[in-house]
Design a binder for this molecule. Structure first.
Ligand code: AKG
Ligand code: FE2
Length: 211
């Protein structure tokens, strides 16, 4: 038998029960744990998130220098923590899914890609030394169907997830063996036709919110 490291999400079976919804796992890689989840958000939740975010988008900035960068050509915004009932409902559902308390959740991020926009290969965790409260897991939720392109691509695993409205990809990088964490390198591939909206939830190892 192969010995595997402990994962954050216990993903036995094909369903995860949250406070308000039962969500289906439709695909999975075991190590690092990557799961494709269907119907995480309803169609109207996706539409409302886009509507709420639309007028608040800014060209994406990366890293501490906050320079506009070619690594990310998409635009982004963050909702305030639980800023309205919908955001609170989604944060609660996603923290149930990710098996991490909402107090460890970063603000929910929205990304928008036009044709040609991309997010080049990166790790979601911070790689600099002595990061006190690093990220441990990610949920990327697709808010619309993309006509062509815009896959979330994991080059080291040669694995791609096609955007589908309401679906999500989950992955975690909290392994003792850093070689496993490094396999979560991923990119938002350029959008070829149409546009792409996603919502990203990152979780931290320790508490981040004091409510
Ligand atoms: O847009 C995507 O498919 C990936 C987004 C992403 O990597 C992120 O938000 O960290
Ligand atoms: Fe990412």
């Amino acid at each position: 038998m192969t010995i595997r490291e402990q994962t954050i999400v216990n993903s036995s079976g094909n369903k995860i029960v949250t406070a308000d919804k039962v969500i289906t796992i439709v695909g999975k890689i075991e190590e690092p744990l990557i799961m494709i989840l269907e119907n995480v958000l309803s169609s109207s939740e996706c539409d409302t998130l886009i509507d709420l975010a639309k007028d608040r988008m800014q060209r994406a900035k990366i890293g501490k220098s906050h320079l506009v960068s070619d690594i990310r050509t998409n635009s982004s915004m963050f909702f305030e923590e639980s800023e309205n009932e919908l955001i609170h409902t989604i944060e609660t559902r996603v923290s149930n899914l990710m098996n991490i308390p909402i107090s460890h959740a970063e603000p929910l991020q929205i990304l928008h890609y036009n044709v040609g926009d991309q997010y080049q290969s990166h790790f979601d965790y911070f790689t600099s030394a002595n990061v006190a409260n690093n990220r441990i897991s990610t949920m990327v939720m697709y808010l619309n169907d993309v006509e062509e392109g815009g896959e979330t691509h994991f080059p080291s695993l040669r694995f791609s997830v096609m955007p589908k409205k309401g679906s999500a990809v989950y992955f975690e990088y909290f392994y003792n063996d850093n070689r496993i964490n490094e396999l979560t390198l991923h990119a938002g591939q350029p959008v070829a036709v149409g546009e792409k909206w996603v919502a990203t939830q990152w979780m931290r190892r320790q508490r981040l919110r004091y409510l």
